[in-house]
Structures are given as structure tokens and as C-alpha cells.
Design a protein. Structure first.
Length: 295
């Protein structure tokens, strides 16, 4: 994996490039972060947050789904972030929150769609036992009932709790559940900043075992921008998988101006593609070659 001295690079970027994007790091955000507020009730991080730090709600991708599957489930937990443990049994009431998805889309420029009520089930309430910190429960979904043309998601919120204060930041969460694309997998990626603004942090390199995950209808996402800066890049493939029709670059903390300059190769049989695109003036050529399945 490509690595940099983050302290040195941050100074270099600020002084010579005047950019606000950051090199990839391991910053922890969310209800489990050091210094988080105490005595509050929240939806606990069960996996990495996939939304940006300025997003109105935390968004997770618990899994990608086979379109023909009749039933899948994932685990969620509600947490008492008290100084110690729950002082008594705490009843936490739950409900969906379609308005949260509307707000998220407006703020983040996404097109998530709340799945129909017939496509999911979860308990109306859970109890954090006295002396414990959390209670886990399962959400069951039916992928074969999803609308394959939409970016399927479920927004969940804590409506009330018998003890404590509901978190303002993590009282609501969005779970995106994309139907699996044929492009999903692990890739070897050749990245070359060979035109436009030349960024010494990117250069010309190859990285192996890069995850490429489905996040929407034929939309896939790679972590880190050019495998160098914190954020992500989304690649929108056409419905027949013959080309790439759109690209979105999120370099912390926001979506950056980007455009496709050329799609030189899209091979859906061998799962290989080459794309040229710019973001903030940088011109980058990427060649992706699939090597295996996601773990």
C-alpha cells in the first residue's frame, strides 16, 4: 500500500498546493471515538462509517446483496454511553426515518431511496440490561423485493429511551444496501498522475488487493482518492456494463470538481477497465484489473 509521512505531506499540501483534502489516515469518528459524550443513547458503530465528516447522519454499508436473495440480516446495536454501565434496564424505541434520507440526499448530493415497508423488519424496541452498555438486534431485509433501479437504503432512528438523552449525531443512522454489481471484487490498480496538475503525492504506482465495492445500481466505490488522499471515488457503469458514464470524487471534506476525460477500456468479461479523469486540475489515468472476490 502506498504510504506517506502524513505530517510532512500535510505541510507540503498546505504550502504548495493550497488544498484542503488530506492524505488517508486512521481518524476515528462517531459514538466510539475518544472523548464522545457520556450518558447518551445512540446507534453504535458496527462497521466503518461510509459518509463524510460533515454529513448530517452516519451512513453504513453493512453488505452488498444478491438480487435474488429472499432474506438477509445484519446486526445493529444501541449503546448507553454512560460513565459506567446502564443504571437500570433501558428501553429504547426504534422506527424508520425516511425524512433522514431526504435530508442526507440534499446535503450530500446522493440519491438514496428508502426501501418499502414490506422489504424489512426489525423490533420496535430493545432493552439495554442494567449493568450492560449495549443491546444488539437484527434487521432482516428481502433483496428480491428491492427496486433494482434505485440506491436502496434504510434509515433508522431512536425515537425515545426510558433513561438518558438521545444522541444528536448518532440517534439516527442510514444503512445503504446495494445490490451486487458484476464489477465488485479485489483489484490490482495502476495509478498515474500523468497530465494536468502534477501532484508529487500521487505520482505513478501500482497497488494490489484494492477493494471495489457496490454502493448503488452499477455504481462502485473505492476507498481513498487515487489511493492517496482520504475520501473515495465512485464509478458509475452503464446498465449494460459497456462503459463508465460518471465519476464522483469526494476528497475530505467535500465532493470535488471532477470530469471524465476518456474511457479507454471496459472489459466486463475479464473485469478490467482504464479511465482518465481530472479532479481539482489533477489528470490521472487508472487501470483496474480484477484479481479476486471481496472478503
Amino acid at each position: 500500500m502506498k504510504k506517506f509521512n502524513n505530517k510532512y505531506t500535510a505541510v507540503l499540501v498546505l504550502l504548495t498546493m493550497s488544498l484542503s483534502s488530506c492524505l488517508k489516515d486512521d481518524t476515528i469518528i462517531g459514538p466510539d471515538a475518544p472523548g464522545a459524550l457520556k450518558n447518551i443513547i445512540e446507534l453504535k458503530n458496527q462497521s466503518a462509517i461510509k459518509s463524510g465528516a460533515t454529513a448530517p447522519y452516519a451512513m453504513y454499508i453493512p453488505f452488498t446483496l444478491e438480487p435474488t436473495s429472499t432474506s438477509n440480516e445484519f446486526e445493529v446495536a444501541v449503546q448507553y454511553a454512560g460513565a459506567e454501565t446502564a443504571p437500570s434496564d433501558i428501553t429504547v424505541n426504534l422506527a424508520t426515518d425516511a425524512a433522514a434520507i431526504t435530508t442526507y440526499n440534499a446535503k450530500e448530493g446522493t440519491a438514496l431511496a428508502q426501501i418499502a415497508a414490506t422489504s424489512y423488519s426489525f423490533p420496535a424496541s430493545v432493552v439495554i440490561p442494567k449493568g450492560q452498555r449495549e443491546a444488539k438486534f437484527k434487521i432482516t431485509v428481502k433483496p428480491n423485493t428491492f427496486d433494482a433501479t434505485k440506491e436502496n437504503a434504510l434509515a433508522l432512528k431512536i425515537t425515545s429511551a426510558s433513561t438518558g438523552t438521545i444522541s444528536g449525531n448518532f440517534g439516527t443512522a442510514i444503512y445503504s444496501m446495494p445490490l451486487k454489481s458484476i464489477w465488485q471484487g479485489l483489484y490490482t490498480v495502476h495509478i498515474n498522475n500523468n497530465y494536468g496538475t502534477i501532484d508529487p503525492n500521487i505520482g505513478d504506482f501500482v497497488e494490489e488487493d484494492v477493494p471495489f465495492a457496490t454502493v448503488g445500481p452499477n455504481k462502485l466505490q473505492s476507498t481513498y482518492v487515487n489511493r492517496t488522499y482520504s475520501g473515495w471515488v465512485q464509478y458509475q457503469f452503464s446498465g449494460d456494463n459497456s462503459t463508465i458514464s460518471g465519476i464522483t470524487v469526494f476528497a475530505s471534506p467535500s465532493i470535488r470538481v471532477s470530469s471524465i476525460e476518456g474511457v479507454d477500456l471496459v472489459d466486463p468479461v475479464n473485469k478490467k477497465f482504464t479511465i482518465r479523469f481530472t479532479w481539482l486540475g489533477r489528470g490521472v489515468t487508472e487501470t483496474w484489473t480484477r484479481t479476486g472476490d471481496l472478503p
